[in-house]
Design a protein around this ligand. Structure first.
Ligand code: NAG
Ligand code: NAG
Length: 505
């Protein structure tokens, strides 16, 4: 079928631009305020090998030994002096399939008493240390039982569709790569910018291809639709760009993230692609479900069998004309209800994440989510870095271990140190950390109160990187210390490096 593609001249760009400029300005002001509190380094716009700090003014920066130099990365934005700990884990692959049904106990402490204070501008020199210098290199590993990596996901019978802007598609490559690279998926992107050149579409496709993702980037078939409507109108394109092989079509948002693509193939394998099938996740928010209805929420990922898609194809225009709802997922749900007999299969692990604020209680709950959403808007979470661990031990992402009765590793997300320890019973409950969390008990499970103040100290993952087959995870707690004993606390970040090696025994 040939669809004429549009080039709409209408411009909302000006407004968007002003908004962006204002936002950047405000963020810069906030960042500056943050910086003023301490001696954050790297404030000069270019890397000239010099830095400026309150103590020393301009000074030459001397790089660190290779195993520590990563700490000086600009994107980490760490304070010049940091409190540093390194812990080593040996992940031993275990055939026990029930590893994550409970929180495993480890007798040794997770953080321990050994602490180094490093000056990142001066060769990571130890400003002070609770240990003698020769003990720096040794890092006696703690053995943890982990699951084998999952097989590579096969999405060769799946087409994924998204509608968003060119720039957001570029920004999202690391996250899409995590779950789509090398899977054989067809990825169709409707680029909704008012004007976009053929060259831009081509270069976007090349960028994705270089990450082993087969992207087709096209313009909408009708530019009058807004981006929400495009998420429904894409049905016609998904039908056009599917092949005889295609069994499933999945509509996603540009911030839909699947931590474990193999788990998604397992979900699909449990359903019949030869009959009309509609699979998705409800919003966790009881208010949202009451207001928008019982349907597959778009951010969690909406999975449809090709027979359902074909039934909808001829009704896309009617549904666009009739529906009062203009949200893509609502349009789709209404259209399915009005024109097919298909009922929603709601899957609890598919997460729309309609929660705001601090979602640590969710990420630390021990559940392995099938999808994540809103991780760069309603809350902040570096999901691709978090889920990096899943490349090494499939089922271990967000698996928990309790060390010495008081510290918990939620693998890939955080290290939590509980002042009064934490019981296994409490670890069975979700900590209600986000806004109005207690209202979510009915949809998410039993909760406990958020721990305030010094009761819980959290180190959050900011990076994860493979180094010669090992994995380095970096966790940070933004804190303050009085390093020069002048009675005033200065910002000083605490960094915990976790170094994973892997063995089969
Ligand atoms: C595009 O959408 C507008 C508004 O919904 C509609 O009036 C117009 O007929 C549509 N054009 C095509 C080619 O379908
Ligand atoms: C579905 O049918 C109802 C009732 O006839 C109508 O109000 C609604 O607009 C229709 N929705 C769609 C998407 O067709």
């Amino acid at each position: 079928m040939l669809i004429t593609r549009c080039h709409s001249p209408i411009s909302h760009r000006g407004i968007t631009l002003i908004f962006i400029v204002a936002t950047v300005f405000l963020l810069t002001l906030l960042a500056k305020r943050e910086h003023n509190k301490g001696t954050r380094q790297y404030e000069l716009p270019f890397d000239l090998g010099i830095a400026i700090s309150a103590q020393d003014g301009f000074h030459a920066v001397k790089p660190c030994a290779s195993e520590l130099d990563y700490l000086r990365r600009k994107e980490y934005g760490l304070t010049r002096n940091i409190i540093f700990r390194k812990r080593c884990f040996r992940g031993v692959y275990s055939p026990d399939a029930n590893l994550r049904n409970s929180v495993s106990e480890v007798e040794s402490p997770l953080l321990g008493s050994r602490v180094d204070i490093l000056d990142l501008d001066d060769q990571c020199r130890k400003v002070s240390s609770s240990y003698s210098p020769d003990q720096t290199a040794s890092c006696e590993p703690i053995t943890l039982q982990v699951a084998e990596p999952f097989p590579v996901a096969d999405f060769s019978k799946v087409i994924f569709g998204v509608a968003t802007t060119l720039s957001r598609l570029k920004d999202s490559i690391p996250q899409f790569s995590h779950w789509m690279s090398g899977t054989g998926a067809i990825f169709l992107a409707i680029v909704v910018d008012e004007s976009v050149a053929d060259d831009d579409l081509d270069s976007l496709e090349s960028m994705y291809n270089s990450h082993d993702i087969s992207l087709t980037a096209i313009r909408p078939w009708n530019c009058s639709f807004d981006v929400n409507e495009q998420h429904f109108a894409i049905i016609r394109d998904l039908v056009d760009y599917s092949t005889h092989e295609t069994q499933w079509a999945v509509i996603i948002d540009d911030d839909t993230f699947f931590p474990s693509p193999y788990s998604i193939t397992q979900l699909l394998a449990a359903h019949d692609p030869t009959v009309p099938t509609y699979i998705g996740g409800l919003s966790e928010s009881p208010g949202a479900v009451e207001y928008f209805g019982f349907m597959a929420y778009g951010g969690a990922g909406i999975f449809m069998s090709m027979p359902l898609l074909q039934q909808l194809d001829s009704h896309v225009d009617d549904c666009l004309a009739e529906s009062l709802t203009r949200e893509g997922d609502g349009l789709l749900n209404n259209c399915i209800r009005n024109y097919t007999q298909t009922e929603l299969t709601a899957i609890p692990g598919l997460h729309q994440l309609d929660m705001r604020g601090d979602l640590s209680g969710f990420y630390e709950s021990g559940a392995l989510p099938l999808s994540l959403h809103h991780w760069k808007s309603w809350h902040q979470a570096p999901v691709d870095k978090m889920a990096k661990i899943a490349d090494f031990c499939g089922d271990c992402f967000l698996q928990r271990w309790r060390f010495d009765g008081n510290s918990v590793l939620a693998n890939g997300y955080s290290i939590s140190v509980y002042e009064d320890g934490i019981s296994q019973a409490d670890l069975g409950l979700i900590e209600g950390t986000w806004e109005a969390a207690m209202g979510y008990e009915g949809t998410m499970g039993k909760m406990r109160d958020k721990l305030e103040g010094t009761k819980k100290k959290s180190y959050r993952l900011i990076d994860a990187e493979e180094v010669d087959g090992n994995l380095r995870q970096v966790f940070v707690h933004h804190g303050a210390s009085d390093l020069d004993y002048d009675g005033e606390e200065e910002a000083m970040d605490e960094v915990v490096e976790i170094w994973w090696e892997w063995t089969r025994e």
